[in-house]
Design a binder for this molecule. Structure first.
Ligand SMILES: [Zn+2]
Length: 323
């Protein structure tokens, strides 16, 4: 990744996973890692820096499970305080990038051309936009079943609040991630159109080699969002690594030239409120790397249960390929 020629951009890995490894008990918390925005902001910044040091070139803010209503409900804070906790996720990521570069005496790590946006200096920050289900804390973020219970307008208003707040803080790149259902992706793209100079990637969580968690094919889900020139990349995250190659191949013809992205989980499955190791998931993530690159992935990283060591392995593998 040392040269500007490498066509693959490295994302970070699991933020909450790393916070748990460092002793923070957030597993059963309805706010998950977002609670630490208030109680342990330094810990979040440290994890961002650790991923940057491991080779990540785009880091994703600690706002996946953060919402103004969630902070007001579970922390008992005012509307203004809730908003300021939300935007703290951006300032912590910015501080992490600033310190990372300052410690190395550089202004940026490399320049790349990102689809839609044009020339960009890395590292970049992407604001995490998790699905509506992530704030319900009932597991429905992994099925998308809530779309049968909430109106499209409610989904739209809910997403607009966070996107608008982040946009007003100057953020222009959004990581719309772990989206389990096609309808929600469509809603997010509609909201994004209200902020015309912002860009996003749309990343789905998938249950097998062809379908998003709610059941639509990834082909249909991706096809429904690529009409928007604000969507710079499409793909999958928080999905078992063994399904990624098939999923990427399935969308190669419908992605309308968008970059493909893949940041799967470690292959462990979320069963009865716990991550459980599956028999066929023992292969280290880096072993899949070439398959994903061959399938067209341009943005690669990790999601739940992945750690800085996984990102470092990717980084080393890229580096080895160039020498
Ligand atoms: Zn995940």
């Amino acid at each position: 990744m040392a040269t500007g020629n490498c066509s693959v951009v490295l994302l970070d890995g699991g933020l909450a996973t790393e916070l748990e490894q460092r002793g923070f008990m957030i597993q059963d918390d309805p706010l998950w890692s977002a609670r630490l925005l208030r109680s342990q902001p330094q810990a979040i910044k440290d994890v961002h820096k650790c991923y940057l040091a491991s080779g990540a070139e785009i880091i994703i803010t600690a706002s996946y499970q953060a919402s103004v209503t969630g902070f007001m409900k579970y922390l008992g804070v005012s509307l203004e305080e809730a908003k300021s906790l939300m935007t703290r996720s951006i300032s912590l990521a910015r501080q992490a990038v600033g310190e990372h570069l300052a410690e190395r005496g550089i202004q940026y790590s490399r320049e790349i051309h990102l689809y839609g946006i044009g020339q960009c200096r890395l590292p970049l920050i992407a604001g995490s936009i998790g699905p509506y289900g992530a704030c319900l804390h009932d597991g429905s973020e992994y099925t998308g079943s809530y779309v049968d219970r909430v109106t499209k307008q409610k989904l739209k208003d809910w997403h607009r609040q966070r996107i608008e707040l982040f946009y007003s803080e100057g953020l222009r790149l959004f990581a719309c991630e772990t989206i389990p259902v096609q309808l929600e992706a469509e809603v997010i793209v509609e909201v994004m159109s209200e902020f015309s100079d912002a860009y996003c990637w749309i990343s789905f969580s998938c249950k097998d080699g062809l379908h998003v968690c709610h059941g639509e094919t990834l082909v249909d889900a991706v096809s429904s969002v690529v009409h928007s020139s604000q969507v710079i990349a499409v793909g999958v995250n928080c999905t078992a690594p063994q399904h990624v190659e098939s999923l990427l191949k399935s969308i190669s013809k419908c992605s309308a030239g968008r970059m493909l992205l893949a940041y799967p989980n470690s292959g462990e499955e979320w069963i009865d409120s716990r991550w459980e190791v599956q028999e066929d998931s023992s292969l280290a993530l880096v072993n899949y790397l070439q398959l994903w690159i061959q399938a067209g992935a341009k943005l690669i990283g990790g999601c739940c249960r992945t750690r800085p060591s996984d990102i470092q392995s990717f980084h080393q593998a890229f580096h080895a390929n160039q020498n």
